[in-house]
Write a protein that binds this ligand. Structure first.
Ligand code: ADP
Ligand code: ZN
Ligand code: ZN
Length: 730
């Protein structure tokens, strides 16, 4: 085909779920690869990203449309990121447009300019420095603003809510002013707070020097029990990198982004720290993104998607709590941030440190097989001792709201000694089931294969799977009885029982229900730290990453369900949770105790964890996976389908299997189609087909073959389907 004079061809990607690129005409000179343009698409105009300037197009000349606008003079993504994203699109076999657009902040996806704009900053007013403030938060806010102004979002990430800021503004101590983000060249101004640096233990020193001496791409697994000083290792490993003027990326789980962590990094280096997480406004996110790209941020702390951010000069990647499930995206482009981070580190030839007290089996396998260098911290610094583990048999024992007399006695002891006690129950609400005492009717969600959870305080039923809610019926809809009872245990119920049992102590519940309000989670944590509460009760929100030095007893209630789950990863997850929860006990100089209430105290998994520890358990479990040929000794890909009728899913997946089977090499096994663990969720039936192989290349080939087949299947149009490479949930 020929092209109109003074026009060229652009090959772009669009944020649509199609596995292809698109060609457009564009007047010369053509925008560079990595620039955004506006293009007509169907009846809409969309933002597109330029990938290439091809000579020819497979599309006929009169079908090609011209772009309608240019958005960038300079590329928003550099060659380096473009290559990473291209690789990711091919590895995950995902629509390239969705992959590339995932790397852009929302405002850039919408076509906003890739530049800073003035926004509100809180400034500390210089004059009244001597005013004595009694409120801790207000003093903290002033201290944070001492080096320079911050936005409301940045202050929020550091534990300061807007109420505090307004109170200070009323006192004439702060002022809000619109300005461009302050940029300073931190490269020559690193001031390391040496007074904060502890003397490293031998293990820590070895870890730091191994990382510092790493040359080129070097993956490390830093396996260190909770409180063993992993963060200190990160800090000292970062020092030479920052001193050389290079940036550091720290990935943390969704829930682990705590003000204390950020403060610790800032205090040590006094360099600009940017945060990237879901709680920020679109403008704040764009500004943080720009500060990574331009190199004005020295340290970037963020959740999963921060990994896709461009950096001017990245020198080190750290992934804290590398085993955490939140690093895997569970919808759309289902990437694993840890796996992509490794790829990125390889591409840049820089070291990467994966840290955890409970490494994922994948990483542990890579470490024991020599792909990663294993660094171990087996002790806590100073006098901090390890917790004693105890399994409490709850068979034949009269439980009070799930608490055995033995546990209550232990609690009393610790509380009387002025210590804090933490109870862990991974189920919010009052009771997981509401039933009719007279006829056995169960309150089930109409849209899911699941019971409603009874939230007694609100007098409502919530489905925790589709978020559907309704009022509690006054009587049984089946037999009219008014005897509706809750069975099973949720945090709300335990909280109520505790209030009756321990009226003299402060009790705080921490779960998604009572941390919804902005800033309330921080407030609760503050109350724990200042000793307002002695009994802490919560779900896994409470288990991760927080330091509570006065907790001397940690108890896990009602975990038996996890021991018998069908998913082969369930035991790994349970073991990680158990160790994480246990790690909350005895972190400071006080000895700690971990109690697990169970009907199965002889269960091999519990015995192993309580007596031998995580590593022993994990190596044994890895051995079993090897024998069963399960990941990480094989690779998996999961085709998921959902539809309003089960039949549609079955038809689609059966046709796919029938056509795929004859083409599969012996290496690749296909399992299913089978229903998801919860067959119906939010009104959708869910089925899946699993492909497994000992060889990644063969598996990828089979998946590509399957995708080609799906393109020809009419049945594919009646379902919503997706492909999940390296699925972590089946
Ligand atoms: P982790 O990240 O493994 O949970 P941290 O790095 O937060 O552990 O360390 C736990 C506590 O021990 C922190 O209060 C930290 O300041 C302190 N700490 C770390 N390393 C040392 C050390 N070598 N000497 C004394 N205290 C240390
Ligand atoms: Zn009834
Ligand atoms: Zn539901």
């Amino acid at each position: 085909m020929s092209i109109p004079a003074a026009h060229g061809l652009l090959r772009v990607v669009l944020p649509v779920p199609l596995r292809r690129e698109f060609d457009y005409l564009c007047p010369l000179p053509l925008p560079a690869r990595g620039c955004r343009v506006r293009v007509p698409f169907g009846s809409r105009t969309m933002v597109a990203l330029v990938l290439d300037h091809p000579d020819h197009s497979g599309v006929e000349r009169d079908k090609l449309k011209p772009v309608t606008g240019r958005l960038d003079e300079h590329p928003v993504l550099q060659e380096q990121e473009l290559r990473l994203l291209d690789w990711a699109a091919q590895y995950y076999l995902h629509a390239p447009g969705e992959v590339y657009f995932q790397a852009l902040p929302t405002l850039l996806r919408k076509g906003e300019a890739a530049s800073y704009r003035s926004i509100d900053y809180w400034h500390r007013l210089a004059s009244q420095e001597t005013v004595a403030l009694r409120a801790v938060k207000q003093r903290q806010a002033l201290a944070l603003l001492e080096p320079g102004p911050l936005t409301a979002g940045e202050l929020e990430a550091r534990g300061i809510g807007t109420a505090v800021l307004r109170a200070l503004a009323d006192k004439g101590l702060l002022e809000k002013r619109e300005q461009l983000p302050a940029t300073r060249d931190w490269r020559h101004q690193i001031a390391i707070a040496h007074q904060d640096k502890p003397r490293l233990s031998t293990e820590q020193a070895l870890a730091v020097s191994c990382i510092a001496q790493a040359d080129g791409f070097s993956p490390f697994l830093l396996e260190g029990i909770t409180g063993s000083g992993k963060t200190e290792v990160y800090l000292q490993a970062m020092e030479p990198v920052l001193a050389a003027g290079r940036q550091v990326l720290v990935l943390v789980p969704e829930i682990g982004l705590t003000p204390q962590t950020i403060a610790r990094f800032e205090r040590r280096f006094q360099v600009p720290v940017s945060t990237l997480h879901s709680g920020m406004s679109e403008r704040e996110r764009l500004d943080a993104w720009l500060s990574c790209r331009d190199g004005t941020a020295a340290i970037v702390i963020g959740t999963r998607s921060a990994l896709l951010t461009p950096f001017r000069e990245l020198g080190l990647v750290i992934i804290d709590e590398e085993h955490d499930g939140s690093f895997k995206q569970q919808d759309g482009f289902r990437y694993h941030a840890r796996d992509l981070a490794l790829l990125r580190a390889r591409q840049l030839a820089i070291p990467i440190v994966l840290g955890s007290a409970t490494p994922s089996f994948e990483s542990l396998h890579n470490a024991t097989s020599g792909k990663y260098r294993l660094l171990t911290l087996s002790q806590r610094p100073g006098s901090a001792t390890l917790a004693e583990h105890r399994l409490l048999d709850s068979k034949h024992v009269q439980l009070h709201a799930g608490l055995s007399p033995q546990l209550l006695q232990l609690m009393e002891q610790e509380l009387a000694g002025g210590n804090q006690v933490m109870l862990f129950l991974n189920r919010r609400g009052y009771a997981p089931v509401l039933l009719c005492h007279d006829c056995g009717w169960l309150a089930d969600c109409e849209r899911c294969d699941a019971h409603y959870t009874w939230h007694k305080g609100q007098s409502r039923l919530h489905c925790h799977h589709c978020e559907h809610q309704r009022p509690v019926p006054p009587q049984c809809p089946h037999c009219g009885s008014r005897q509706l009872l809750g069975t099973g245990l949720g945090t709300e119920q335990v909280e109520q029982a505790l209030a009756g049992l321990f009226p003299q102590y402060g009790i705080i519940r921490i779960d998604r229900d009572n941390t919804r309000r902005k800033g309330s989670f921080q407030q609760h944590l503050e109350g724990i730290r200042t000793g307002r509460y002695q009994i802490l009760l919560g779900t896994q929100m409470l288990a991760k990453g927080h330091h509570f030095p006065d907790v001397t007893l940690v108890a896990m209630l009602d975990v038996d369900g996890a021991l018998f789950a069908s998913d082969f990863r369930a035991t790994e997850r349970f073991a990680q949770l158990y160790i994480q929860v246990a790690g909350r006990a005895g972190r400071a100089s006080k000895p700690g105790r971990v109690v697990l209430q169970t009907h199965h105290p002889d269960h091999a998994l519990l015995q192993d964890l309580a007596n031998q520890g995580y590593r022993h358990f994990a190596l044994g479990a890895l051995q079993e996976r090897r024998q069963a040929g399960l990941p990480p000794f094989s690779f998996q890909a999961l085709f998921r389908a959902q539809a309003t009728k089960a039949q549609y899913c079955q038809d689609f997946l059966l046709q796919l299997t029938q056509q795929l089977m004859p083409t599969l090499p012996g290496e690749v096994r296909s399992l299913g189609p089978f229903s998801a663990q919860m067959e119906r969720k939010a009104g959708q039936y869910r089925y899946q087909l699993l492909l497994q192989a000992g060889n990644r290349r063969e598996l990828a080939r089979a998946c590509r073959q399957a995708l080609a087949i799906i393109d020809t299947l009419a049945a594919a149009r009646r379902v919503r389907w997706s492909l999940d490479i390296d699925p972590v949930e089946l």
